[in-house]
Design a protein around this ligand. Structure first.
Ligand SMILES: NC(=O)c1ccc[n+]([C@@H]2O[C@H](COP(=O)([O-])OP(=O)(O)OC[C@H]3O[C@@H](n4cnc5c(N)ncnc54)[C@H](O)[C@@H]3O)[C@@H](O)[C@H]2O)c1
Length: 458
């Protein structure tokens, strides 16, 4: 099928490249020309496992092209995805400016004698399908002087659940595909697009084998509002699960229990499940905080006070602040001390820094006049580009970062950090202080080595 994707970011690029690899003809439209050029050279503009080889394949097969020009691709498309960013605003509501631009552009370029399914893949507030339909209509009227007489387009919702770091895997082998539309023809067209994934009848790319448990992918078809709500409810639930683990961790610390054992103990209950129960410095990333805030905002708009969701948010903020509190308990004063940070990205496997807990911890340390040296295996370039004025030092290796530091703070659980022994680490530190925000080391071993080790909830 002929597919257009507005926005070649973490979601749009991966979705477009995977669909192209499955045989569809895909055009990515992005306003960022540098990104467009890189994609056309088969270079991945983001760090994502398997993306570069996927891009090479779909560029060689001429199945994927990137451009900043909506013409002629939009008019020739059967399905148009809107996967642009929806960043959070001060009041918690998402900024829909980019969605607005993409929708108006779409309206300006669709042809009156064809039928298009326009798909909201961006996470947009509940009810946005109507809004997007109105904006597309605005664009159409700008070009043709009037609204279309027949059903030229319909807006469907197809929320995205991929996780950065395993985005290609998640797109090929999702837990479910959710489609929301009031039009059967639109749902059928989208189901046809996703047929190879739904039926799992494609040859898995090398390095991304099909998990043996997967034979077919469940398809949920519903109305647009419910589809939009599924996305928000999923992220709200996942962030609540982590905040729950952190709340219990804080109680564990006080009573002397170990959170990792406690969570293993409850996670084996199939009604609970073992995922997303890791206590630590809390969740971050481009989605959880933004989507939680947006759901809270929507609830308040409709006169409902979502107390559980607000607490999820509060526990997370408190968890980030607790890192500095732990450090201050071990190191007095923090002022004028050299602090090493391992990990910047909000989680391993990505270079994404959006709402990363490390950022707020570094800001607090700078306010306290500490000297900060950071190391992250992939996110340091982004850090330098996005925060060029921050007074921090970049180490060329994890071990260089800790050489002579008064304390080490672990912010991201990259596997490479686990390869170092506590002995190796403490030998390089000026003072034996480790604040392990991701619980990657063994507290007993730390105790044996007389390290002032502070994990979370243990
Ligand atoms: N990143 C994730 O893990 C993830 C997961 C699920 C859902 N989502 C949602 O998907 C959406 C996209 O997120 P992302 O992380 O891919 O964002 P991103 O910031 O990585 O990418 C957005 C892209 O859109 C481009 N863009 C902006 N305005 C445009 C326009 N008018 N026309 C064409 N391109 C335009 C930008 O240049 C950028 O490349 C968001 O709503 C997000 O909440 C993200």
């Amino acid at each position: 099928m002929n597919v257009v994707v507005f926005g070649a970011g973490y979601v749009g690029l991966v979705t477009g490249a995977v669909l192209a690899d499955l045989g569809h003809q895909v055009t990515l439209i992005d306003v960022n020309r540098a990104k467009v050029d890189r994609i056309n050279r088969a270079e991945a503009p983001i760090f994502e496992f398997g993306l570069e080889s996927l891009l090479q394949r779909v560029r060689n097969s001429h199945k994927l092209e990137a451009t900043s020009n909506p013409s002629p691709a939009v008019s020739e498309a059967e399905i148009i995805f809107i996967a642009v960013g929806t960043p959070p605003q001060e009041d918690g509501s998402p900024n829909l400016d980019y969605v607005h631009q993409a929708a108006v552009t779409t309206g300006q370029h669709v042809n009156a004698d064809r039928k298009y399914v326009i798909v909201n893949k961006a996470t947009v507030p509940i009810g946005s399908a109507n809004l997007v339909e109105m904006w597309i209509d605005d664009g159409f009227r700008q070009r043709w002087g009037e609204s279309p007489t027949s059903d030229v387009f319909t807006v469907a919702s197809n929320p995205e659940f991929l996780r950065e770091g395993s985005a290609i895997h998640d797109t090929l082998y999702p837990d479910r595909i959710v489609l929301g539309s009031d039009h059967t023809w639109a749902l059928e067209r989208l189901a046809q697009l996703y047929r190879p994934i739904l039926d799992q009848n494609f040859d898995p790319p090398s390095g991304l084998p099909r998990p043996s448990s997967i034979t077919k992918i469940p398809l949920i078809t519903t109305d647009q509002l419910s589809a939009e709500m599924i996305k928000y409810a999923a992220n709200a639930f996942l962030s609540t699960k982590i905040s729950f683990a952190n709340e219990v961790a804080n109680i564990c610390e006080r009573v002397g229990a170990d959170i990792t054992t406690v969570m293993s103990g409850i996670g084996l209950d199939t009604r609970i499940g073992s995922k997303f129960l890791n206590a630590g410095i809390g969740w971050g990333g481009s989605c959880f905080g933004k989507d939680l805030d947006a759901l809270i905002y929507t609830a308040l708009e409709y006169g409902y006070q979502p107390q559980l969701l607000e607490s999820t948010r509060q526990v997370n903020s408190q968890q980030r602040r607790s890192v500095i509190k732990r450090l201050q308990e071990e190191l007095k004063p923090v002022k004028g001390r050299r602090i090493a940070i391992w990990g910047l990205a909000f989680k391993p496997g990505t270079d994404d820094l959006r709402d990363a807990p490390a950022l707020s911890v570094i800001q607090d340390l700078l306010h306290l006049n500490a000297r900060v040296t950071v190391y992250d295996p992939v996110a340091m370039d982004n850090m330098q580009q996005q925060y060029p004025n921050w007074d921090i030092r970049y180490a060329s290796s994890a071990l260089q970062a800790i050489q002579g530091a008064h304390a080490l703070l672990i912010m991201t659980e990259w596997d490479m950090f686990r390869q170092f022994s506590l002995e190796e680490i403490v030998g390089r530190l000026e003072m034996p202080i480790i604040i392990d925000g991701r619980n990657i080391f063994d507290p007993e071993e730390a105790k044996r080595l007389s390290i002032h080790y502070r994990g979370i909830g243990r």
